[in-house]
Design a protein around this ligand. Structure first.
Ligand SMILES: [Mn+2]
Length: 239
């Protein structure tokens, strides 16, 4: 296990997910990890769950995977829920909080948003350094075999914005988003196969018009909103 693709924030965008899985296939990776937000915002959550279950070796939960399971009066959320099966809801409920592994003696930890909660958003462009450094901390949620160690490398998602920063404590990487990234469908390959670790971002163009067409054909509630998200207008203004 030395070449790992890390994907995140699919958000029911099946067109983007299919394009990324096709790209990953060509790149000779050993495993695929998914950092959550499989569903929500986009129309085809169930199909995305199916593909993630088929292709990903480890999957953790995001904020949308949690609150999509809650009762709501919101018509758009209700429609999104109506597209998921009981089996989908059960699957989302089983997703663990984090992934941890070693690569060339470095401890690597992956979570959706922060080591404390899938609902704690940390955007290094806007938040002070203390908050960024807190991404390396241990928490009740990350107690494990390695709990005395802090990670050397942290991968996370949630903000839909790629980022690679090095601090004295370690390396921080946001893997971007499959479904709602500002630039193409984006993911990361971490490669430890040469005795050292490299981190590469991969950007996969996909057919946005086809994704929007599929949403329209399904009669998606909140289509206008999705259209704007896919076309960026609402970027950074929404969840
Ligand atoms: Mn998200």
């Amino acid at each position: 296990m030395s070449r790992i693709a890390i994907i995140s924030d699919i958000h029911g965008n099946l067109t983007a997910l299919e394009a990324v899985l096709k790209d990953i296939e060509k790149r000779d990776v050993d495993q695929i990890f998914c950092l959550g937000d499989l569903v929500g915002k986009g129309p085809r959550g169930s199909e995305c769950i199916k593909l993630v279950r088929k292709h990903c070796d480890k999957v953790i939960r995001g904020n949308w995977d949690v609150f999509i399971r809650e009762e709501t009066d919101n018509e758009i959320l209700k429609w999104t829920q109506s597209q998921l099966t009981d089996d989908d809801f059960n699957y989302l409920a089983t997703l663990p909080f984090y992934i941890e592994f070693e690569l060339n003696s470095k401890l690597i930890r992956c979570f959706h948003a922060s080591p404390r909660s899938v609902f704690e958003r940390i955007a290094p462009e806007y938040h002070p350094i203390e908050k960024c450094l807190s991404l390396f901390e241990n928490s009740k949620e990350t107690e494990s075999l390695h709990s005395k160690r802090t990670p050397d490398i942290v991968f996370y998602g949630d903000i839909h914005l790629t980022l690679l920063r090095s601090y004295e404590i370690g390396i921080l990487c946001n893997v971007g988003s499959i479904g709602l990234d500002i630039v193409d469908a984006t993911y990361v390959i971490v490669d430890g196969s040469h005795g050292t670790n490299s981190i590469n971002f991969v950007r996969v163009p996909y057919d946005r018009e086809a994704e929007l067409r599929a949403a329209r054909e399904l009669g998606m509630a909140g289509y206008e909103h999705y259209y704007k998200e896919i076309m960026y207008d609402l970027f950074m203004k929404t969840e």
